[in-house]
Design a protein around this ligand. Structure first.
Ligand code: AMP
Length: 249
């Protein structure tokens, strides 16, 4: 069996986001970039399936600028076997990503296609769902457990107030939630080995996908600044302020 894992290059989740002065987007200059955290969980799950003997090969794909090869190499260091970088300097949108991933998944005949449930930069939560629809295959989104049994996969999904388990025929699309696993750290020898693993470069045109955007970002604004808090001297003072100033009790 083969797995395809989609990894997006995003601003690192520890970095405080700066909005550009003209409100046209987020300032990415001199900013630490990483694999989207949910995609790291997807890579880890694929590696665990390989270690369990379920999967033989893991292909990692990223669509983005040249620098996205850093995130592909990071996934290769975690245990993926080879990478595909689809080069574009345009901002890609979920439908374009899904169309490209569909071509890769079909040409590689992958059985399990793992994506993050959402990319933490644009928060779309659309690509996995669109990919499954375009391919006409089942989807298990927000996965907290994945169990492959023969030509089926059982995916336990995090839903409001509980869990739901669905059985999907393979091939299937799975999107990862936070509790699926805890990704490992890459070991130095594996980081060195990853440099030698194959990494193919393609363009969206190779897949017949037009990157012209059908939407325009009008404005990006940072969250409102929170007012500084105060320290109260006693519980009585706290209760008084809650009662008479904040009027919440
Ligand atoms: P989104 O629908 O944008 O929230 O993204 C959901 C998931 O789709 C991500 O967690 C990735 O697994 C995948 N994805 C989105 N954009 C890209 C990209 N540019 N390259 C590779 N995978 C992507």
């Amino acid at each position: 069996m083969k797995a395809l894992v989609a990894v997006k290059r995003v601003i690192d989740y520890n970095v405080k986001v700066r909005v550009k002065a003209d409100n046209s987007g987020v300032d990415l200059s001199n900013t630490k970039m990483s694999i989207n955290p949910f995609d790291e969980i997807a890579v880890e799950e694929a590696v665990r399936l390989k270690e369990a003997g379920v999967i033989d090969e893991i292909i990692v794909a990223s669509i983005g600028p040249k620098e996205s090869q850093e995130q592909i190499r990071a996934a290769l260091a975690l245990g993926a076997d080879r990478g595909v970088l689809v080069l574009t300097d345009e901002k890609p949108y979920p439908l374009q990503i899904a169309k490209i991933l569909k071509s890769i998944a079909e040409s590689e005949a992958t059985d399990i296609i793992l994506l993050g449930k959402q990319a933490i930069d644009d928060d779309n939560n659309q690509t996995g769902q669109m990919l499954a629809a375009l391919m006409g295959i089942g989807q298990g989104t927000f996965a907290s457990e994945v169990k492959v049994e023969g030509d089926k996969v059982n995916v336990t999904r995090e839903i409001d107030g509980g869990l739901q388990t669905v059985a999907l025929d393979l091939p299937a699309v799975i999107t990862t939630d936070l509790r699926l696993n805890e990704p490992r750290y890459a070991k130095l020898p594996n980081i060195m080995k990853a440099k030698k693993k194959p990494l193919d470069e393609k363009t969206p045109a190779d897949f017949g996908v037009d990157m012209a955007s059908k939407q325009e970002i009008i404005k990006v604004v940072p969250p409102a600044e929170r007012k500084a808090g105060i320290t109260v001297g006693s519980v009585d003072e706290l209760v008084d302020k809650l009662k008479n100033e904040a009027k919440v009790i």
